[in-house]
Design a protein around this ligand. Structure first.
Ligand code: HEM
Length: 348
């Protein structure tokens, strides 16, 4: 018996049609969703970043400063990890990705650890690098996860349990069907043009947008056999990078505001030797994200490539993939940039 991706306490009467091909639809392969405690009304995902002109000038100060808050005893995040990426202007960015089980916990941490005071005191020009803070508070109705194995990533570290094998995956539109709010809400966004940034010299706050769709989509090839690793690195990863480069450099063609293809790194050496990457992208709404996946040659090449890959491995795939998706109201998003170049995140 297949499980429902939406946990029982978030199910309600559907007023909008589901996309599932038929009531007895059986996906071709298993996948799971993370289950969060029933009392959890939302969670928090934050990206705290330091931006450097090049990798070689990245000093340890920014990273150790941010780390000192994250390991504080005061409501420290339930999970965090260090990541890095080279952005659209060739800058090197070090980012702590952190999760809290509630907005109240995040606020307590921010205040009690001293992070808030430090963040608010930052002045452009005090440091050679830029800083950015992006915080998202998705209510559980506006959040969904999909894992091809029961291996936690991201918000999955905050789970209480795993679902059984779910029915709602393996067809276009299943992401929408897994979001509890989509039972009754079509989640349309508003296309807002972003004002040109005042420049690199300022602290800039960017307002949230109605039904902004955010995806973190991860790949982990740590436990692949040597044969699968080679196949992944030579066939899958190049098409994935092409797709991420397209969204980063030409995102406006598909209403994607920002895309970063990030490595999970060893915080001590900053080496990207964890065999894990992920894409983080901000789309104008769920429809534009769906449309890129279903219609654009770059995701179609990733998607089609994956089935070729699985076939070559006789379906013995050890690559782990997951994603988490949230669709947010304006007051569930916070973007602030200090001394960052104008192409950063939601500034562009
Ligand atoms: C869906 C493959 C990377 C966005 C899917 C599905 C597969 C797939 C097999 C169907 C999943 C299911 O419902 O069971 C892959 C592989 C990737 C990759 C192998 C990397 C190696 C990405 C990235 C993004 C992305 C980086 C976005 C930044 C999506 C979305 C869906 C999807 C939004 C859901 C579409 C829907 O249900 O309507 N992908 N993908 N994927 N993928 Fe990818």
């Amino acid at each position: 018996m297949l499980d429902n991706a939406i946990p029982e306490h978030l199910r309600g009467d559907r007023t909008l049609p589901a996309n599932t091909p038929s009531a007895d639809f059986q996906p071709a392969y298993p996948s799971y969703s993370a289950r969060f405690p029933e009392k959890a009304t939302e969670l928090v995902m934050a990206l705290i970043g330091a931006q450097y002109k090049t990798k070689t000038v990245a000093d340890a100060l920014g990273q150790s400063k941010i780390s000192s808050f994250l390991v504080s005893d005061e409501a420290a995040p339930s999970f965090h990890e260090w990541t890095s990426f080279i952005d659209n202007k060739g800058y090197y960015n070090l980012v702590a990705f952190a999760y809290w089980p509630s907005t109240a916990d995040y606020e307590t941490w921010s205040k009690e650890s001293g992070f808030k005071k430090w963040w608010e005191s930052l002045q452009v020009g005090d440091h050679s690098n830029g800083w950015f803070l992006e915080v998202f508070n998705p209510p559980m109705q506006r959040f969904e996860t999909l894992f091809n194995t029961q291996t936690p990533e991201g918000s999955g570290h905050l789970r209480e349990a795993w679902s059984g094998e779910i029915q709602k995956h393996g067809y276009w539109g299943s992401m929408r069907d897994r979001l509890p709010i989509s039972l009754t809400d079509s989640l349309e966004g508003t296309k807002v043009s972003i004002d040109p940034s005042p420049g690199a010299q300022d602290r800039v706050r960017v307002p949230g947008k109605q039904n902004l769709a955010i995806i973190r989509s991860g790949q982990d090839w740590l436990i692949t056999t040597p044969e699968e690793r080679e196949l992944y690195l030579n066939t899958m990863q190049p098409v994935l990078i092409k797709g991420m480069d397209f969204l980063r450099d030409h995102g406006e063609e598909v209403d994607c505001y920002s895309c970063r293809f990030m490595d999970v790194i060893d915080p001590a050496t900053r080496a990207a030797d964890k065999d894990r990457t992920f894409g983080v992208a901000y789309f104008s709404d769920l429809k534009s994200l769906e449309s890129w996946c279903k219609k654009h040659p770059t995701h179609l090449a990733i998607f089609g490539g994956f089935f070729q890959y699985a076939k070559k491995l006789k379906y013995n795939v050890n690559l782990r993939v997951f994603h988490e998706v949230m669709v947010l109201e304006p007051d569930q998003q916070f973007f602030e940039y200090i001394g960052c170049h104008p192409g950063t995140g939601m500034l562009q």
